[in-house]
Design a binder for this molecule. Structure first.
Ligand SMILES: CC(C)(COP(=O)(O)OP(=O)(O)OC[C@H]1O[C@@H](n2cnc3c(N)ncnc32)[C@H](O)[C@@H]1OP(=O)(O)O)[C@@H](O)C(=O)NCCC(=O)NCCS
Length: 387
């Protein structure tokens, strides 16, 4: 028998922010926030950044193991072939209103893309794995193509001979990147490919738990990634550096921000309470790009901001997260600021799809509770009698 509800109960403990709530077991991604370690399927992110490619990482996340030579070749070929967009989607991109935020363009395009997926209504695991590869292949083309269209430049077709990251930069800028920059983009995409049960992955998982379709889960993820406390932080962090204006004024910029009880974007993390290992890799790339360009003003501002934040609030576990130096890297690779978050998505689509497919193996509707604190005995009065 169900026991009666106790009316004198003061209320449950509310896990605002769901800080310590686990929603599934996973073998995809492990974040050790105390030691600053990140693993994909058991492999350390530093090893993957040093030796892997985005294509190999996609296979690793989706299949659970590193590919053999043939499998890697096929993954590269599948992604290369899949980069071409259906003509209707190209037409949709051309029809987007001027100044529409690129993140909204990507979200709209994904909604539309689902109609052209030959397996849209097939919800088997095998079909979802193929859909995931198609989404991974197409995300970069959508973002690069929209950039060409809004700048009034000729749209470039994908080049199947190039790697995924390299071809993204070429389709976006019109120029094949040099090997150093192509590799930096490849590594940045590896770093952003997954990150456990973060907010956008959780949003995708909530949508997945209702047995919605794969494309819909990704639209939920994109909507969540956009915010400045999540993927939007890359853009906000770079804006912060620009506001600081000079390395000498960086300290005052941070102190002023903290005095106003505002956050310094690109710092702090729900799980990492030390350096995010990805931030250290991006910091080194940012330094190399500053050297290559001969302009290290923003890099020096960034390191001065980092020094002050760590000195002031490092004791609270606040250190640079991946987004802090990524803005400098993306800018150094010629990516416009408002494309930073969409580019994050171009990589994270691999992790989102892998996580959703994993959740479906042991699905349970995600349906938490909220504690009602409003009135309970109001008497309804007709509109004519209301004051
Ligand atoms: C990501 C973020 C929301 C995580 O927040 P969280 O898990 O709720 O962090 P906590 O509440 O545990 O933070 C501990 C303390 O550090 C402070 N803090 C955390 N990040 C901070 C930041 N970026 N700037 C200033 N203070 C920060 C908090 O205000 C809190 O202070 P308090 O103890 O005096 O109240 C937060 O760090 C943040 O807003 N960062 C900036 C946005 C960003 O870079 N997002 C990308 C994340 S990858």
């Amino acid at each position: 028998m169900v026991s009666p509800v106790k009316t004198d109960f003061a209320g449950p403990r509310i896990d605002k922010g769901l800080d310590n709530v686990y929603v599934k077991e996973t073998s995809i991604c492990f974040v050790d926030g105390q030691r600053g370690r990140l693993l994909y399927r058991g492999y350390d992110i530093r090893d993957l950044a040093a030796h892997s490619t985005f294509e190999e990482t996609v296979f690793l996340l989706l299949e659970g193991r590193l590919p053999n030579r043939e499998e890697l070749k096929k993954t590269k070929a599948d992604l290369a072939a899949g980069r071409t967009l259906p003509p209707f989607v190209l037409r949709l991109l051309r029809s987007m209103p001027e100044h529409m935020p690129p993140m909204d363009v990507l979200r709209t395009a994904v909604s539309y893309l689902s109609n052209f997926d030959p397996e849209r209504d097939d919800t088997t695991r095998a079909a979802n794995q193929r859909k995931a590869r198609r989404l991974v292949a197409q995300f970069g083309t959508v973002v690069a193509t929209y950039e060409r269209i809004r700048k009034g430049h000729r749209v470039l077709r994908p080049d199947p001979k190039l790697g995924h990251a390299e071809d993204f930069l070429r389709m976006m800028s019109g120029r094949k990147p040099d090997p150093v920059r192509a590799r930096m983009m490849d590594v940045a995409m590896i770093l952003y490919a997954d990150h456990a049960m973060n907010a956008s992955t959780f949003a995708a998982t909530v949508a997945a738990s209702t047995r919605s379709d794969l494309y819909s889960t990704i639209i939920a993820a994109l909507s969540t990634l956009k915010g400045p406390l999540h993927g939007g932080a890359i853009e906000a962090a770079l804006r912060g550096m620009e506001m600081a204006a000079t390395p000498e004024r960086a300290e005052e910029y941070v102190l002023g921000t903290l005095r106003n009880h505002e956050v310094v974007y690109g710092f702090g993390h729900r799980v990492y309470k030390t350096y995010d290992p990805r931030a250290l890799i991006q910091k080194e790339f940012a330094r190399q790009l500053a050297d290559l360009s001969g302009d290290d003003r923003l890099y020096r501002i960034a390191t001065a901001i980092e020094e002050t934040v760590v000195r002031e609030i490092g004791s609270k576990g606040v250190y640079p997260n991946v987004d802090f130096y990524s803005g400098l890297v993306f800018q150094g690779l010629g990516i416009p600021t408002d494309l930073f978050t969409p580019v994050f998505a171009v990589a994270r689509i691999a992790g989102w799809t892998a996580q959703v497919i994993e959740y479906w193996e042991d699905n349970r509707l995600l349906r938490p509770l909220d504690w009602y604190v409003g009135p309970k005995d109001l008497v309804y009065v007709s509109v004519d009698e209301r004051p």
